[in-house]
Design a protein around this ligand. Structure first.
Ligand SMILES: Nc1nc2c(c(=O)[nH]1)N[C@H]1C(S)=C(S)[C@@H](COP(=O)(O)OP(=O)(O)OC[C@H]3O[C@@H](n4cnc5c(=O)[nH]c(N)nc54)[C@H](O)[C@@H]3O)O[C@H]1N2
Ligand SMILES: Nc1nc2c(c(=O)[nH]1)N[C@H]1C(S)=C(S)[C@@H](COP(=O)(O)OP(=O)(O)OC[C@H]3O[C@@H](n4cnc5c(=O)[nH]c(N)nc54)[C@H](O)[C@@H]3O)O[C@H]1N2
Ligand code: SF4
Ligand SMILES: [Mo]
Length: 711
């Protein structure tokens, strides 16, 4: 029998593609983009187009496994077969429940730490039954800040809510700035809208220290020094305000703190900004004038600018621009960082944080996921005695890799990993549990790059003995004798709970409708007085103000930031770990520890057909930096700093400016020396939002001497 099932890609990507899976006699035989999806329009990125290779990979974890007696933690010759032996689900769950009981008796509940992130963004599998379980257990809470919280805080300090311009409006823009946003690589379904605008005469400007695929298609490419975007945005506002190019009416009506902003931007003269950013003063002036006068102008800012020490303030400064020019009024104007705040699913009902009261009578302590190395090695009262990893691969994606691995090697740490593959992290697991892919379970999928909600239907039966995250934690709750009814809810009941939310934009969107229609746009019209008739009208969230800040205005002056000890308008200094910062001595090059265009963070690195598309383990370096170090193109180089070292192959090219080098994420065990670039990154947190600083990293590079052995 042949059928076509609608699903939605739940990977950590703004696009949340509509997907069609052809199933013949129970086996998926084809994957394609759903042509009916208004944003993702029938095509998939190169990696997910090869998803059958991933689902049916011989490397899948299919059964519960436990570490064989006497086999040490860490990568082993012989692979998973040499390390693990198969056990039953009952046995695995009993063993986990028993260890959890022992640990809580001896060390307290908070000695257990869940660790999960972006493996799936499905509303259920990304955070529901798992949260209930760990809250009820009284485990330490994980601060999930490895990706986006600095940008989120920066944006919300101005607009109060994480929403922005819809992607379909970009086709009407006349001036598009991709600011720390690799649209072509990481958000490819926005790209056709950008191209359409370009065909209609729009100008595309790219601001990025790395010459991305997106930059190569730009009409104007501005290589900015890493971590200096706040200065650039302030410089633009200096020109816009002093030349009277702002929208005085919009500013007067819908913003707060213009006079303070005007005073503050005076420090950021184009000449001074040029010193910080590496962008010529006349270009700062030109960019400001063009941006303020070519209407409509839209900014696609992505998470690239906020992975640096000043990331929160950078995002805050950029967020002020459309508020100053009144660009929010225009169809095809505004700014997009993320659209996720529009969905407003009922997370409280899914996650049930009140269960912590049952366990502890108070909220559990919070551990920042960026600082896993410190947590595993240094945290006391209680120390972490068990780590439960799911939907994440911390031994690859976490900064300060050597410290993470040192912690994971601890013999007294009980590590459980629920995974689809034998990753860098399963190398340190005591128990490995098999996880379904999105082909094998149902979920509700929102997006962070558009406003369509989807139900992703289950296309095939779980392979082997795989279980979804939801099912795993349902079973584990039963094993721990947690008898609250919430642990017995079905997937459908949980989807209904998620949709039962006070958010007016969800009005009228039911599970039934999603199942019938495949995708449904958020009901922006439903919230307006003239409602239904305008259901496909463009969404202009801040055309009439309506900011969600405490003052209801766009806040150039933020009392909340002042309370936290920040400058209420804006503060900028060079990142400490940068060429012009306090820690500049010794390591003269700034490393961009980037994502790969063909992987998704560490996902897909092990799928051979996908891996074949990516040039792995390279260091991109400018000829001016390679020459004095006698580094020829193609030679092996040692990249190092005080935290670690890695050997890569030099690619001497023009991808980066002098003083900057770039490399990208890969599985440690798939690289020649068993390491990845996160040996070089630090656990330092951003100025706002406690996020990771993957792009504030200083290193030195030298030609390799013959022996760099694995740690
Ligand atoms: N193909 C692919 N797609 C992905 C991912 C992937 O790994 N591969 N990851 C997914 C995830 S988890 C996320 S969060 C999104 C993120 O998507 P993006 O937000 O696009 O994230 P990044 O690639 O980190 O950064 C974007 C760009 O910012 C640049 N950048 C770095 N530092 C600075 C700076 O200081 N200033 C400026 N102006 N630019 C800077 C980088 O060089 C990069 O080209 O993409 C998702 N999509
Ligand atoms: N150097 C450097 N490091 C980075 C970044 C960078 O740009 N540079 N980017 C950072 C960013 S933005 C992010 S978001 C993080 C991402 O870090 P992670 O959230 O760890 O993301 P992935 O590397 O994609 O790993 C997700 C894992 O979850 C598994 N998985 C997928 N679906 C499921 C499921 O349904 N259930 C279970 N149990 N497992 C599943 C996948 O097989 C995969 O191994 O990495 C960060 N690390
Ligand atoms: S990873 Fe992104 S672009 Fe690729 S299929 Fe999934 S949602 Fe679409
Ligand atoms: Mo991310």
């Amino acid at each position: 029998m042949k059928q076509v099932v609608h699903a939605a890609c739940p990977h950590d990507c703004p696009d949340a593609c509509g997907v069609l899976i052809t199933v013949e006699d129970g086996r998926a035989t084809k994957i394609q983009g759903d042509p009916a999806h208004p944003i993702t329009r029938g095509f998939l990125c190169a990696k997910v187009a090869k998803y059958l290779d991933r689902v049916y990979s011989p490397g899948r974890v299919l059964y519960p496994m436990r570490r064989k007696l006497g086999v040490h933690k860490g990568p082993q010759a012989g692979g998973s077969e040499a390390v693990f032996e198969r056990i039953s689900w009952d046995h695995a769950l009993d063993q986990i429940a028993q260890r959890f009981r022992d640990i809580t008796a001896q060390f307290g509940n908070e000695a257990i730490l869940p660790y999960s992130y972006g493996g799936t963004l499905g509303a259920l599998n990304g955070g529901s039954m798992d949260h209930r379980f760990f809250y009820r257990l009284g485990a330490s809470q994980l601060e999930r800040s490895i990706c986006s919280t600095a940008g989120e805080e920066g944006l919300k300090s101005v607009t109060g809510i994480k929403i922005g311009t819809e992607p379909e409006q970009f086709r009407h823009s006349r001036y598009i700035i991709a600011w720390g946003a690799n649209i072509h690589g990481n958000n490819v379904h926005l790209w056709p809208f950008v191209q359409e605008a370009q065909r209609n005469g729009a100008k595309l400007v790219v601001i990025d220290p790395y010459r991305t695929r997106t930059a190569k298609c730009a009409d104007w490419y501005l290589p900015v020094n890493p971590g200096t975007d706040a200065a650039l945005a302030m410089g633009l506002m200096h020109v816009i305000i002093n030349e009277g190019l702002h929208d005085a009416e919009y500013v007067a009506e819908h913003t707060l703190g213009f006079e303070q902003l005007k005073a503050k931007v005076q420090e950021f003269t184009p000449a001074r900004v040029a010193q910080w950013t590496g962008i010529a003063a006349e270009d700062v002036v030109k960019l400001a004038r063009e941006y303020a006068t070519m209407h409509p102008a839209v900014i696609r800012v992505n998470y690239g600018i906020q992975r640096s020490e000043r990331g929160g303030m950078s995002m805050r400064a950029v967020s002020m621009l459309p508020c100053l020019t009144g660009s929010w009024k225009e169809f095809g104007g505004g700014l997009q960082l993320s659209t996720s705040g529009g969905f407003g699913l009922n997370r409280e009902a899914l996650e049930m944080p009140e269960l912590m009261q049952t366990a502890l009578g108070r909220p559990a302590r919070v551990v920042n996921m960026v600082q896993l190395g410190q947590a595993l090695n240094n945290l006391q009262d209680p120390p972490i005695q068990s780590l439960f990893v799911y939907a994440s691969n911390p031994a690859a994606v976490c900064p300060n890799h050597n410290e993470v691995v040192r912690g994971l090697r601890r013999d007294d740490l009980f590590t459980v990993v629920h995974e689809q593959f034998f990753t860098d992290t399963t190398d340190y697991a005591d128990v490995v549990l098999p996880a379904t892919t999105f082909f094998e379970h149902k979920d509700l999928v929102a997006a962070y790059g558009h406003y369509y909600l989807q139900v992703s239907k289950q296309a095939i039966a779980p392979l082997g003995e795989c279980r979804s995250n939801v099912e795993l934690f349902r079973a584990l709750a039963a094993c721990m004798d947690f008898d609250e009814p919430c642990f017995r809810e079905t997937d459908d009941q949980m989807i209904d709970r998620a949709l039962d939310s006070p958010n007016p934009w969800l009005q009228g969107i039911t599970r039934k409708r999603l199942e019938d229609e495949d995708h449904v746009r958020l009901n922006f019209a439903g919230a307006e007085p003239d409602g239904a008739s305008a259901s496909s009208a463009p969404f202009l969230p801040f055309a009439q103000g309506n900011f969600r800040t405490p003052s209801g205005k766009a806040e150039f002056f933020s009392a909340a930031l002042e309370k936290q000890g920040h400058d209420p308008v804006m503060e900028f200094t060079s990142p400490a770990e940068s060429r012009t910062g306090l820690l500049a001595e010794g390591f003269p090059l700034e490393l961009l520890a980037r994502k790969a265009d063909n992987f998704l963070n560490s996902t897909f690195s092990n799928v051979e057909s996908v891996r074949a598309m990516e040039d792995v383990d390279i260091l991109e370096i400018h000829p001016d930096d390679a020459r004095p170090r006698n580094i020829p193109d193609g030679s092996k180089v040692r990249v190092f700093n005080g935290r670690g070292e890695i050997e890569l192959r030099a690619k001497v090219n023009g991808a980066v400016q002098p003083g900057v080098v770039a490399a990208h994420l890969n599985w440690a065990k798939l690289s020649e020396h068993g390491r990845n670039i996160n040996v070089l990154t630090s656990e330092k947190l951003t100025d706002l939002g406690n996020a990771a600083t993957f792009y504030s990293v200083l290193v030195e590079v030298e030609l390799s001497r013959p022996s760099v052995s694995a740690s």
